[in-house]
Design a protein. Structure first.
Length: 272
């Protein structure tokens, strides 16, 4: 009985994977603009490779970081989360590649992939490794330097670190629980570098709202994250990973930041 369920779940995951690729290819072929079509085909080719790369990294990074002794077994839920994350990045990538200068588009896609990988690691392991977050921060600063916005990137990173740190300290003291996390503060700093000082306030507000929504959903469905918030009373409470909230917020902020360069939404409707 369990074997049949596992087999059906595996088949369902494969069908979802194939359907996502087919959707990207079909949409690209039907696109009325050559630039959009080319961007869609490139992303459709990269999408399955990104899923396989993410699966490999999510299995082995915890081993490299001494979080696990051996790679964890993949679950159906985990595979779906990876597919969903990669599909979200692919969707934003098509928009950026079709409407922005190639270098600018690639820069934003790199930032989104770093954020997505960190979010999946935080969701799965309750762990944000510095060897993912520090390169994300550095590439954000380099992107700012290439685009003559290095001061904006540095200011955005500093503001995000300061506000996130103060917020976590205030929540920990007021609720008498351990909400402090160096990984959360580092990821907020890296995202702040990509968002820049012009958009860091919007990024932080979106992160707070999305994090609250995720907490409500997880509490409603009794989903337990990985990390305790009260070390004196283990099992009394958990903290919702902030990585997914940061990643979603960064994606939205980058999209809104580039909105003036993106044509009307009808531009992306095949056959319009």
């Amino acid at each position: 009985m369990n074997g049949n369920r596992i087999r059906q779940s595996t088949i369902g995951d494969k069908l979802l994977f194939v359907a996502a690729i087919a959707g990207l290819v079909l949409w690209s072929l039907l696109a009325h603009d050559r630039g959009v079509s080319a961007a869609g085909i490139c992303v459709a080719i990269w999408f399955p490779l990104s899923v396989l790369l993410y699966r490999f990294m999510l299995r082995w990074l915890p081993v490299i970081g001494c979080i696990r002794a051996t790679p964890s077994e993949e679950t159906s839920q985990g595979r779906r989360e990876i597919t969903a994350g990669c599909l979200l990045v692919a969707s934003f990538s098509i928009v950026f590649l079709a409407c922005l200068p190639p270098l600018h588009a690639v820069e934003d896609i790199i930032g989104l992939n770093f954020a997505c990988l960190a979010a999946l690691l935080d969701r799965r392991e309750g762990w944000l490794p510095n060897y993912i977050l520090i390169p994300m921060l550095l590439t954000g600063l380099i992107s700012g330097m290439v685009n003559d916005n290095v001061n904006t990137a540095i200011s955005g990173a500093a503001i995000a670190w300061g506000i996130t740190s103060l917020a976590l300290v205030f929540i920990s003291v007021s609720l008498r629980a351990n909400f402090l996390s160096g990984g959360d503060m580092t990821m907020a700093t890296a995202c702040g570098a990509w968002a820049g000082s012009d958009n860091v306030t919007l990024f932080l507000l979106l992160s707070a709202c999305l994090h609250w929504m995720f907490c409500v959903v997880m509490r409603h469905f009794s989903i337990q994250p990985r990390r305790y918030i009260d070390l004196d009373r283990p099992g009394s409470g958990w903290v919702q990973p902030m990585g997914p909230s940061f990643a979603f917020s960064l994606a939205i902020v980058l999209l809104l930041h580039n909105m003036p360069d993106i044509p009307d939404w009808k531009y992306f409707i095949p056959g319009y």
